[in-house]
Design a protein around this ligand. Structure first.
Ligand SMILES: NC(=O)c1ccc[n+]([C@@H]2O[C@H](COP(=O)([O-])OP(=O)(O)OC[C@H]3O[C@@H](n4cnc5c(N)ncnc54)[C@H](O)[C@@H]3O)[C@@H](O)[C@H]2O)c1
Length: 253
């Protein structure tokens, strides 16, 4: 799909990888709506990009429905949706102080998997109302996994489960939405230099990326954005998860 005059919703778009994607989408002539937490820089980011900001906590599933509807109203329609809101926890299945908290496991699954599904199902309904382009396309959804979906480290059991769920659902979502001309894809980054990881000291980042093939360093938000924009533009990209990871495979810890 061509980006010019198309409309994109960026959930988690106040920072990091979704922000970089929103910037690229805007540069190429698209219009943007930023959804993010009230505590985020979403309003300032949206103003800078000439778009709209909508407060949204993806864990509040019903409120998220309204935020998405407001974003679609502000834009007129939605062709692109990128969701990066997510995060992890550090707990082993069984630790010295007892088994993994079930509430914490559920929280991480809600934040990453259930919220991503909620946003996808809601935005798909809005996309289904678009006039298809000459190839029959109406929209493209991108969710964010992690290479921890494939080889999570010790302590990432909840996060890995949630991210593996995102990988698994993406292919089925592509099948479910195919007859409507809506594509669904997923990006699985390695360690990226974003708001989420800003507290990691440089020496530790080197340690964490030492198993990468090349380059042995953290990715930049722009590397995610390049992949996301390519998924949008390439009609043959559907149902897939692309690792953007410099050939890294996480060690057990
Ligand atoms: N940075 C990494 O190393 C890395 C690696 C693999 C996967 N990821 C995934 O990328 C995503 C994080 O993106 P980032 O690295 O660009 O981080 P980031 O912190 O720079 O951006 C994430 C944005 O999401 C927003 N957000 C967080 N929780 C939210 C919620 N409940 N509702 C709405 N918005 C919320 C934050 O306010 C922030 O603006 C997560 O899904 C994470 O699992 C990150």
């Amino acid at each position: 799909m061509n980006i010019k005059d198309h409309n994109g919703i960026f959930v988690g778009g106040a920072s990091g990888m979704a922000l970089a994607t929103a910037e690229k989408f805007k540069e190429r002539g698209g219009n943007v709506a930023i959804l993010d937490l009230p505590s985020s820089d979403g309003a300032a980011v949206a103003e800078r990009l000439g778009g709209s900001y909508h407060e949204c906590n993806v864990m509040e599933f019903e409120a998220a429905e309204k935020a998405i509807a407001d974003a679609v109203n502000a834009l007129g329609s939605a062709h692109f949706c990128v969701n990066t809101a997510g995060g992890g926890a550090a707990q082993r299945t069984l630790a010295k102080d007892g088994p993994h908290s079930l509430d914490e496991f559920r929280r991480v699954v809600d934040l990453n998997l259930i919220a991503s599904f909620n946003i996808s199902r809601l935005v798909a309904e809005h996309m289904s109302r678009n006039e298809p382009n000459e190839e029959g396309e109406r929209g493209c959804i991108i969710n964010t996994a992690s290479i921890a979906a494939f080889e999570g480290q010790i302590g990432q059991v909840a996060y890995s489960a949630a991210k593996a769920g995102i990988v698994g659902m993406t292919f089925v979502m592509a099948r479910d939405l195919g007859s409507l001309g809506i594509r669904a894809n997923c990006i699985a980054p390695s360690l990226f230099d974003t708001g989420l990881t800003s507290a990691i000291p440089d020496e530790f980042a080197l340690q964490l990326t030492k198993d990468a093939a090349f380059p042995k360093r953290m990715g930049k938000p722009e590397h995610f954005a390049i992949q996301a924009i390519s998924m949008y533009e390439n009609a043959m990209m559907n149902g897939g998860t692309v690792r953007v990871d410099a050939g890294q495979r996480f060690a057990p810890k």
